[in-house]
Design a protein around this ligand. Structure first.
Ligand code: SF4
Length: 407
């Protein structure tokens, strides 16, 4: 990854104290990780750190805004004024209202040309049953809707939304449709967004030259996922830009206070964000924030990636990881379900409602599950529970809660 002028690579990565922890086995860092520089040096400059997104030439601060849950235009404005430049949205977030809000704010601020808009089209339901030219027509119609709501004639990054397998993204008709939008100047860069089957999706996207960018779920609970970390590393070597989401694994917004043990919400958030961004394969992270407090907290690390002693302690605390209840979307439970219930997507729905408090996104997500794999087919037999690779996910309780909310 090529770094811009203010990027941390120029300043030398010392991180001696963290190196000590790594070599002592107290912190596990992902392959490709570059340790952050000495804190005092970052403090001396106070500059916002920028990185360049693969071969796209798009340079962006390391902390961006996951805007999907935000409904107050003042938050978007405040984020821009704080230094955020990349705004992540999607055609289906808040049924289009989210794109509309971002379009209104950037247009009022007159900062479209200084902002990076990333949006997503083609949720799984919109991809079903398309053939041949229908892909191109549908893609054009979906993006035109987004452009209208965003009050612009181009987006900087356009992603295929919610892909979970290689076959989701290697369809030549889909690639042709996305490529056409780029050629027409309606999207500066194209790619895919994945929070499930991430390693497989990233490996496939790496092979497809048309895709420039991958937005992937990645956070410190996945530190030992060699397949994912290796896939990210290879993608970057092939010139793809990697953007991180689900970076807080629920973060300071974990519903169970026990899982935070004695750590403050700020410590959890800052440690989790820094862990992701100390991996220089990641260009930027898009933590979701919908209020001023979270915005300030998330962006506070944009000029300083050095860990505090408390943050190091949290990252090396196995009890935290074990008690988090975060579903890694690893799909290990799937084969155990006699009814083929889409458990990972249900777990994600639960996270959106219980942890993010974003009931619209939760509704969208559960509605995307085909009926024959949704809650109605689950008999609560609990066959899946023993198969979950991460016992603290507590599938049975989460399914029961979802049934109360959505059945
Ligand atoms: S519920 Fe458990 S096994 Fe299933 S996808 Fe999530 S973490 Fe993996």
């Amino acid at each position: 990854m090529k770094d811009s002028k203010s990027d941390i690579s120029r300043r030398g990565f010392l991180g001696a104290s963290i190196s000590g922890l790594v070599s002592a086995g107290m912190i596990s860092l992902a392959p490709g990780t570059v340790l952050a520089q000495d804190k005092t040096k970052d403090k001396a400059t106070g500059e916002i750190l920028y990185r360049t997104l693969g071969k796209t030439g798009i340079s962006v601060p390391i902390v961006s805004m996951g805007a999907g849950a935000a409904a107050d235009p003042a938050i978007v404005k405040a984020a821009y004024e704080a230094g955020v430049r990349l705004f992540d949205t999607a055609a289906n977030y808040q049924y289009g209202a989210n794109e509309q809000m971002i379009g209104n704010v950037l247009s009022r601020l007159g900062t479209r040309d200084k902002s990076i808009i990333m949006t997503k089209i083609f949720v799984p339901g919109q991809r079903q049953g398309l053939e041949g030219d229908q892909w191109t027509k549908k893609a054009a119609a979906l993006l035109d809707g987004s452009l209208k709501r965003l009050k612009t004639d181009y987006v900087d990054i356009l992603l295929v939304h919610d892909v979970a397998s290689a076959e989701d993204i290697n369809n030549p008709d889909l690639i042709k449709a996305m490529k056409k939008l780029k050629k027409e100047g309606k999207a500066r860069a194209i790619g895919v967004a994945t929070h499930r089957g991430m390693a497989e999706v990233i490996n496939e996207a790496t092979l497809i030259k048309e895709y420039d960018v991958v937005l992937t779920a990645v956070n410190f609970t996945m530190a030992d996922d060699d397949n994912l970390m290796g896939a990210i590393d290879n993608a970057v070597k092939a010139g793809k830009g990697i953007i991180a989401m689900k970076v807080l694994a629920g973060g300071s917004r974990w519903p169970n206070p026990d899982s935070r043990a004695n750590y403050s919400g700020t410590t959890v958030t800052r440690a989790a964000l820094k862990w992701v961004l100390n991996n220089k394969n990641i260009t930027t992270a898009i933590p979701g924030f919908a209020n001023f407090e979270y915005m300030r907290e998330d962006f506070s690390i944009a000029s300083d990636l050095a860990f505090t002693s408390e943050e190091k302690k949290l990252l090396s605390d196995n009890n935290v990881k074990l008690s988090m209840g975060f579903c890694r979307q690893c799909e290990q439970c799937l084969a155990s379900c006699p009814y083929d219930t889409d458990i990972p997507t249900l777990m994600r729905t639960h996270m959106y409602s219980a942890q993010y408090g974003d009931f619209r996104l939760a509704r969208n997500t559960i509605d995307e599950i085909p009926k024959h794999r949704n809650l109605s087919v689950c008999t609560s037999c609990s066959e899946c529970v023993a198969q979950c690779a991460h016992k603290s996910v507590d599938i049975a309780s989460k399914i029961a809660e979802l049934k109360l909310m959505y059945s």
